[in-house]
Ligand binder design. Structure first.
Ligand code: 9PG
Length: 442
C-alpha cells in the first residue's frame, strides 16, 4: 500500500527545531493535504481502493516520513525561513519526500532535482503565497473569474434526484429570493458513468435546462468525464479507450480514460458540447484523477494526456463556461479550471448525521493559499439544514476558506438559521483574489 518504485535523490538537509512542521500537497482534491509535526504519522491509504481514489497511482507515500506531489514545505521551527520545495510546471510532476533523522530533515525527489525549485520566506503564508504566484505565472493563469453562487442537488438527494426536485428548489429559491445564480444538477441524471446520456428518470435534460434558464438562473451539471465503470456501455464498446485502475464506485470497478488518444478526445468534446448546447454553462467535472492514468515514455505520469483532456473539455464547453475541477490532480489542473475542489466531500450519504466529522476542513484550510492564485478554492457545499449537526462549524469553514459558495439542501427544510446562513454566505462571495488571512499550520 505504500512505497514508490522510483529512485529518490537528496536535494537538501535541514537542521530543525522542536516546532518544525511539514506540509505535503496531496495529488488530487480528495487527497490528504495538511501540516504535520515531525513526530506525527503521515496519512496513508487504508486499502487499494482508497489508494487509487485518494493517492497517486504508482507513487504511493512511504511507510515513514512524508511525501508531497510536486510540492512539499518545511518550516524548520527555529525561526529560520520556511522552505517550499516545488515545481513551477504542470506536467511531469515529481514526488518530493521529507525523511526525519533525529533533528535533521532530508528532502529528496524522484524527479530531476533541478526541476524542484526552492522558495524561502519568513512565515508559512508568505512562502506559499510566493510559491503559488510563481506557479501561476509559469502556468499562464490569466485573470480569474468570480465564482457564481450555486445550489447543488448532491448533499440532499444524492443519486435519487429527479427533475421535480430541481423544479421544487428552483421555485423555493425564487420565493425566498436566495442569492443563487446556478442550479447545478449533480450525479443521478446519467445512464451510467461513461454513458453520458439521460436515464429514464430524466428522459431529456433539455426541458430542465430551458426551465432553469427561462427563470433567470444558469444551468449547471455534474459529470465524471475521465472515468467509466467497468460495466458501462463505453467499456463494452471501447475497451481500448480505458486504462488503469481508478478505484471503484457505483457498484463497479472504475477505469480511467486514455486521453492521449485523439479519438477519445473527439468523443469527450462531443459529450461536453452536447450538454453545452442544451444550455449548461457550469460544469462540475468530477473524478478527474482518472484522466492521468495513461503511461507512455513521453508522458510517464499521464499529466500531458490529462491536460489535453481538460483542454478538450474546455473546447466542448466553450470559453464562457465555468469549470470546477473535483477529484482532480492539483498541479496538473493549474490554468485549465476556474475553480477547484480543495477538500473531500462535506459528507458521504452515511455521514449526514455528522458522525464522520468535518471531512473537508483539513484540506480546505491547508490549501487556502491556492485561492486567487491557481483558481478559486471550492471547499464544497454548505449544508445548512437543522438535521446536519455540524452545520455551524462547517459554515464557519466555508465562510473562512471557500471562494466558491454553494449550498445543498432541500430549501423547504431550512429553518431560520439555515436560510439566514445561506443568504449570508452566498450573498458575500469573496473576490477571486488571495484570502487576506491564509493562516499558519497551527
Ligand atoms: C457524486 C459525488 C459528488 C461529490 C463528489 C464525488 O471514494 N468515493 O467512493 C467517492 C465517492 C463519491 C465522491 C467522492 C469519493 O463524491 O466529490 O461532491 O459530486 O461525487 O457521485
Amino acid at each position: 500500500m505504500t512505497g514508490s518504485a522510483g529512485r529518490f535523490t537528496t536535494i537538501d538537509e535541514v537542521a530543525c527545531g522542536r516546532d518544525a512542521r511539514v506540509y505535503t500537497e496531496g495529488w488530487q482534491s480528495w487527497s490528504p493535504t495538511t501540516w504535520y509535526r515531525l513526530d506525527e504519522p503521515a496519512r496513508l491509504p487504508e486499502d487499494p481502493v482508497r489508494a487509487a481514489m485518494r493517492f497517486r497511482a504508482g507513487a504511493l507515500p512511504p511507510q515513514t516520513g512524508f511525501q508531497g506531489e510536486g510540492l512539499l514545505v518545511l518550516d524548520p521551527g527555529d525561526g529560520e525561513p520556511v522552505r517550499c520545495y516545488g515545481v513551477d510546471r504542470t506536467t511531469a510532476i515529481p514526488s518530493i519526500r521529507a525523511e526525519v533523522d533525529g533533528s535533521t530533515v532530508r528532502i529528496s525527489t524522484d524527479g530531476d532535482p533541478a526541476g524542484v525549485k526552492r522558495v524561502d520566506a519568513a512565515g508559512v503564508a508568505p512562502a506559499l503565497g510566493r510559491y503559488g504566484d510563481r506557479l501561476a505565472r509559469a502556468a499562464g493563469v490569466g485573470e480569474l473569474r468570480p465564482a457564481p453562487t450555486a445550489w447543488c442537488s448532491w448533499y440532499r438527494y444524492f443519486e435519487d434526484v429527479a427533475p421535480a426536485d430541481i423544479e421544487e428548489n428552483l421555485t423555493a429559491i425564487e420565493d425566498r429570493d436566495l442569492p443563487v445564480e446556478v442550479i447545478q444538477l449533480d450525479d443521478g441524471w446519467e445512464v451510467g458513468v461513461g454513458d453520458w446520456t439521460e436515464n429514464v428518470r430524466f428522459g431529456s435534460l433539455a426541458p430542465l435546462a430551458d426551465l432553469i434558464r427561462s427563470r433567470g438562473r444558469r444551468a449547471g451539471i455534474w459529470l465524471a468525464p475521465f472515468v467509466a465503470t467497468a460495466d458501462s456501455e463505453l467499456a463494452r464498446t471501447h475497451p481500448d479507450w480505458l486504462v488503469g485502475d481508478a478505484g471503484a464506485n457505483w457498484g463497479a470497478p472504475l477505469r480511467g480514460l486514455d486521453l492521449g488518444r485523439p479519438d477519445v478526445r473527439d468523443w469527450l468534446r462531443g459529450v461536453v458540447a452536447r450538454l453545452a448546447d442544451l444550455g449548461f454553462d457550469y460544469f462540475k467535472l468530477d473524478f478527474l484523477y482518472g484522466g492521468a492514468l495513461t503511461r507512455t515514455p513521453e508522458d510517464p505520469d499521464g499529466t500531458r494526456a490529462y491536460r489535453a483532456g481538460l483542454a478538450t473539455v474546455r473546447e466542448g464547453a466553450g470559453p464562457e463556461a465555468y469549470l470546477v475541477g473535483c477529484g482532480a490532480p492539483i498541479l496538473p489542473s493549474v490554468g485549465l479550471v476556474d475553480a477547484m475542489r480543495v477538500s473531500p466531500d462535506t459528507f458521504h450519504p452515511e455521514g449526514q448525521d455528522g458522525s464522520t466529522g468535518l471531512r473537508g476542513e483539513m484540506g480546505a484550510r491547508a490549501r487556502a493559499w491556492q485561492q486567487g492564485r491557481l483558481w478559486v478554492n471550492d471547499a464544497d457545499c454548505l449544508v445548512a439544514r437543522p438535521s446536519f449537526p455540524l452545520r455551524e462549524p462547517w459554515a464557519d469553514v466555508v465562510r473562512e476558506v471557500s471562494g466558491l459558495r454553494s449550498c445543498s439542501d432541500r430549501i423547504a427544510e431550512l429553518d431560520e438559521w439555515g436560510l439566514t446562513t445561506v443568504r449570508d454566505l452566498l450573498g458575500h462571495t469573496p473576490p477571486p483574489t488571495p484570502f487576506l488571512t491564509e493562516g499558519t499550520h497551527d
